[in-house]
Design a binder for this molecule. Structure first.
Ligand SMILES: [Zn+2]
Length: 240
């Protein structure tokens, strides 16, 4: 689906993958589940593009619901996959710290796993090769994506600010739909390694002034980054 002329999303509010288009080609943010591959191909076709136009895939972090087709596009089509150094081993199938207690509603959780099952999420293909990125870098990819450190959900979580589409892609730095409870609106994301750090990290997004805040899970937010961060901070306060 098209969020704006050069900004597309595949997947849904359960798991989302984003495409940024410029005359130079396409940058993909996150790689969903393996089964999002077909949706990727048809979205590119609808844009009058093909896999050959994809110049890079940037992962917001290394969790399995974000790396789905990354190894496939890298291995079969030579597309570089970028991930923060702090999450590179996670993207390669390395250890992930255990999470604390989660408040969950069974229906929403089942919805997530049912969707994951349909999209091949239970057979994760880890990366064998990645390009490591760091805070403050601007990548030489369509849209000129800028890397913002967002540690908390995982050590190497990042946000990606793309000025050409006025959007910041936040991965699981926040969510607009809690995958476990189904609650909507900007709020802290579940399965977070360091919840307090994750909230504090969001301040770094504000200077972008981006209109779009695009999470890995939940509806696209077009109400501006400042309002989104304020809403997450408020939700975190009331949860205390
Ligand atoms: Zn996720």
């Amino acid at each position: 689906m098209k969020l704006s002329p050069a900004l597309h999303r595949i997947g849904n509010d359960i798991v989302a993958v984003y495409l940024v288009e410029t005359p130079e080609g396409v940058t993909i943010i996150d790689a969903g589940f393996a089964g999002h591959w077909r949706e990727l191909l048809s979205e590119l076709t609808s844009m009058g593009r093909s896999i050959a136009d994809v110049k890079g895939v940037i992962l917001t972090h290394g969790d399995s619901d974000h790396i789905g087709f990354a190894e496939r596009i890298r291995r079969d089509h030579g597309v570089a996959v970028y991930v923060h150094a702090g999450d590179a081993s996670r993207a390669r199938g390395g250890h992930k710290p255990a999470n604390g207690k989660q408040q969950m509603r069974l229906g929403s959780l089942l919805g997530f796993f049912a969707y994951g099952l349909r999209k091949g999420g239970m057979r994760t293909t880890y990366l064998t090769e990645v390009v490591e990125v760091h805070e403050g870098e601007t990548l030489n990819l369509p849209g000129g994506p800028q890397i913002i450190g967002l540690p908390g959900h995982s050590e190497g979580s990042i946000a990606i600010y793309v000025p050409t589409v006025d959007a910041v892609f936040v991965g699981d730095g926040l969510t607009t739909r809690h995958v476990l409870t189904g609650k909507e609106g900007p709020q802290p994301a579940p399965f977070t390694d360091e919840p307090d750090q994750a909230i504090a990290s969001l301040r770094a997004l504000i200077p972008t002034g981006a209109k779009w805040v695009l999470p890995g899970h939940g509806a696209p937010w077009s109400g501006g980054v400042e309002a989104a961060v304020a809403a997450v901070e408020k939700a975190a306060q009331t949860a205390r």
